[in-house]
Design a binder for this molecule. Structure first.
Ligand SMILES: *Cc1c(COP(=O)(O)O)cnc(C)c1O
Length: 220
């Protein structure tokens, strides 16, 4: 009895309809994932391509596998055939490479642009200004084997919840600007991936549609 099912159900009870609960299973073995699966969980996220592939092969085929880590170009080919959503596109170059592998795999690969809003320099992503400039330049519209579905962010690692709330609000504002300018009428542009174990309630209040929760489900 690891308690995964109980923790999962307790978190589910706090998540409104319309918000996807993504279980981040990056540090946990297939047995733990299977326990969450048996409790009805179908969306799982990993940070490393090798782990995503190994777990995808070992686990039921109806799991939707999300990629949430820093993606190296030479790893795209392993996940391109099946990945449900890449949350962490942080350069135009990476988007181009994903597009190429999408074409090879005969797929249109759903992607989010990762936005760097946190104070830590170590985090990846476009600044809001870089993101707008990249969209304005327009090349992305020629990439027919990727589909931009929205934004992903990680807030600052701080106890100051006001800072965190401001960061989430900024991403929501950027999302709205993008929707109005480039994605008007595109119903597939519908995802804000924001919020982790410690801040997901704030993220939902700010408009997140997908929360990424690891330790609160699987344990520390
Ligand atoms: C690990 C991780 C999470 C989950 O973090 P917890 O604090 O364990 O909920 C969410 N998103 C990303 C990108 C992660 O790397």
């Amino acid at each position: 009895m690891s308690g995964i099912k109980d923790r999962l159900n307790a978190i589910r009870a706090t998540i409104p309809v319309g918000v996807t609960l993504l279980a981040i299973s990056k540090y946990y073995p297939v047995e733990d994932i299977m326990e969450a699966y048996d409790a009805g969980q179908r969306d799982f996220g990993e940070n490393k391509a090798q782990d995503l592939v190994a777990k995808q092969q070992a686990l039921p085929a109806d799991i939707r596998w999300h990629f949430t880590g820093h993606l190296q170009s030479n790893k795209i080919k392993y996940i391109a055939p099946f990945v449900h959503l890449i949350h962490s596109v942080d350069t135009l170059q990476l988007l181009r490479e994903i597009d190429k592998h999408g074409a090879k795999a005969g797929r249109i690969i759903p992607c989010l642009l990762q936005i760097h809003i946190a104070r830590e320099e170590t985090k990846f992503g476009f600044t809001p200004e870089e993101c707008l400039a990249m969209l304005e330049a327009g090349e992305w519209q020629q990439l027919s084997n990727v589909r931009i579905k929205g934004l992903m962010c990680m807030a600052s690692n701080t106890d100051d919840m006001q800072v965190v709330a401001q960061e989430f609000a900024r991403v929501k504002q950027l999302f709205d600007t993008m929707r109005d300018r480039w994605f008007a009428g595109d119903e597939g542009f519908d995802t804000i991936s924001a919020g982790m174990s410690d801040d997901y309630q704030l993220a939902i209040a700010a408009g997140s549609t997908c929360v990424r929760i690891g330790s609160s489900i699987f344990g520390e």
